[in-house]
Structures are given as structure tokens and as C-alpha cells.
Design a protein around this ligand. Structure first.
Ligand code: APR
Length: 243
């Protein structure tokens, strides 16, 4: 893998210094160096299932135990992981920038643990659990569940508080993400294949509203041809160079 190039860091730093409003969209790749597998590409399968086979209301209705086993496995991995230098650099950039919005598709909570104060979680939070019957939501930080699938006090089946394929994004969070993409002078798209919508649409929106768009990713993605600069580097190596 190519090491981050100094020239790219210089260019992006210039744009960062000139920007009044910065927005960032992150995906699973930013947590890859914390040891959390991404969804697509090498290592993206769990027991031969793709994310699209498990992260749906239909899969949950068919086999809630199987879907929960996947989430339980991921909760265990995430609980044992630490935020990496990429997460920490974004938390520092938030403190330094007058207008900075961090939008994430990740449900792992590693941005919060790295010190980011305001995180727009488009796809929910793996540590939130919601009852499918009474809708009661609770925070549950236990890395492994005692019984799968868990049940609410009301007897209803509980589900992870995440957004599955075919479900709507949380409205207020989405509206804020759209506003920040519209007003951004500089927009970063980091560690996402940009295949999942509507999140990926934020990149096109920011670009069409005049932002400079920088991609930080180890590989080419669905938005690479749209962005102003492709920085081919691991996020945990590239982002600290901006500080
Ligand atoms: N640094 C930067 N990018 C990386 C790194 C790294 N160290 N390692 C991997 N990547 C990139 C990959 O090249 C890929 O483009 O991260 C991206 C991960 O893509 P996906 O696995 O598709 O993850 P993501 O884009 O976040 O998925 C979107 O799909 O399954 C759903 O809801 C789930 O939020 C998720 C959504």
C-alpha cells in the first residue's frame, strides 16, 4: 500500500485553511485500522452472509436469532477495539474548525470514543436496542448478550437500533447532514465504498453546491471520478497529516 504523499497533505491543508465550513462523511474504512472488518471487499463476509443478507427487516423477521448473532459478534469486536489515529484526528479537526460537521454511516461509536462531540449517525448506533412491539429504546453496552434474541420487559422482540436496508434514515439527522453538505466549502468522504444511498448522495450534493471534495480511501470507489482529489491512503495515516 502506498504511503500518504506529502503533496496531497499540503494541498488538502491549504483547502482546509481556506474553508469556513467543513463536512466529513465516514464509512467502515475509517474503523478498519481499529480491527473492525468493513462490509464489502476482503473479509466483509460473516459466516458466508453479506451485509445485505442480514441487515434487512425481512432477514430479521425470518430469523431474528441469526441476525442477532451477527450483531452480537460485531458488538464483541467493537467493544474490544480502540479508536485509531484517524478517528482522533477528526476529533481534533472538529475542535479547530469554526464550522465542522461529522457525518458517519458507522454504528460502532468509535468517533464518540475518540472525542468527537457532535456526530450525525445516519445509520443509528449498535449500542442502542429497540423493542419491535412497544418501541422502547435502551442503551446496552454489554459486549455479548445473555440470550439471543433479547426480549423487552413487555415481552416484545428487541432489535438493534440501526437502520437496515429498505428503512428510512432518522429524519432530523438526515436534514442536518444535507444542510451541512450544502454549505460545506470542503467535504471529505473517508473510508466508504459510497454504494449505499442516500448517504452516498451527500458527496454529489456537496460537489454540486460548490464544495471541494476530497476522498481518502485505500481503493477506488463509486465517487472517485466525482471528487477533486483522491488521496489513496489508509485514513489513520492520512488524517493525522492534516493536523
Ligand atoms: N482507510 C481508508 N479506507 C479504507 C480503509 C482504510 N484503512 N480500509 C478499507 N477502506 C475502504 C474500502 O476501500 C471501501 O471503499 O473502506 C470502504 C468500506 O466500504 P464498505 O465496506 O462498503 O462500508 P461502507 O461504505 O461504510 O458501507 C455503507 O452499508 O452495509 C451497510 O449500513 C452499512 O453503513 C454501512 C453501509
Amino acid at each position: 500500500m502506498a504511503a500518504p504523499k506529502i503533496s496531497e497533505a499540503h494541498q488538502v491543508k491549504d483547502w482546509l485553511n481556506a474553508a469556513v465550513s467543513v463536512a466529513v462523511l465516514t464509512g467502515a474504512g475509517i474503523s478498519a485500522e481499529s480491527g473492525i472488518p468493513t462490509f464489502r471487499g476482503d473479509g466483509g463476509l460473516w459466516n458466508n452472509f453479506r451485509a445485505e443478507d442480514l441487515a434487512t427487516p425481512e432477514a430479521f423477521a425470518r430469523d431474528p436469532k441469526l441476525v442477532w448473532e451477527w450483531y452480537d459478534w460485531r458488538r464483541g469486536l467493537i467493544a474490544a477495539a480502540e479508536p485509531n489515529a484517524g478517528h482522533r484526528a477528526l476529533a481534533q479537526l472538529e475542535r479547530r474548525s469554526p464550522r465542522f460537521t461529522l457525518i458517519t454511516q458507522n454504528v460502532d461509536g468509535l468517533h464518540d470514543r475518540a472525542g468527537s462531540v457532535s456526530v450525525l449517525k445516519l445509520h443509528g448506533d449498535i449500542w442502542t436496542i429497540r423493542c419491535t412491539a412497544c418501541e422502547r429504546e435502551r442503551h446496552d453496552a454489554r459486549p455479548r448478550m445473555e440470550t439471543l434474541p433479547p426480549r423487552c420487559f413487555c415481552g416484545g422482540l428487541e432489535r438493534p437500533g440501526v437502520v437496515w436496508f429498505g428503512e428510512g434514515l432518522p429524519g432530523a439527522v438526515w436534514d442536518e447532514a444535507v444542510s451541512s453538505a450544502r454549505e460545506a466549502d470542503l467535504f471529505f468522504v473517508i473510508g466508504t465504498s459510497a454504494l449505499v444511498h442516500p448517504a452516498a448522495g451527500l458527496v454529489h450534493l456537496a460537489k454540486s453546491e460548490g464544495a471541494k471534495v476530497v476522498e481518502i480511501n485505500v481503493a477506488e470507489t463509486a465517487v472517485s471520478s466525482t471528487v477533486d482529489l483522491c488521496w489513496r491512503a489508509p485514513a489513520a495515516e492520512a488524517l493525522p497529516l492534516l493536523l
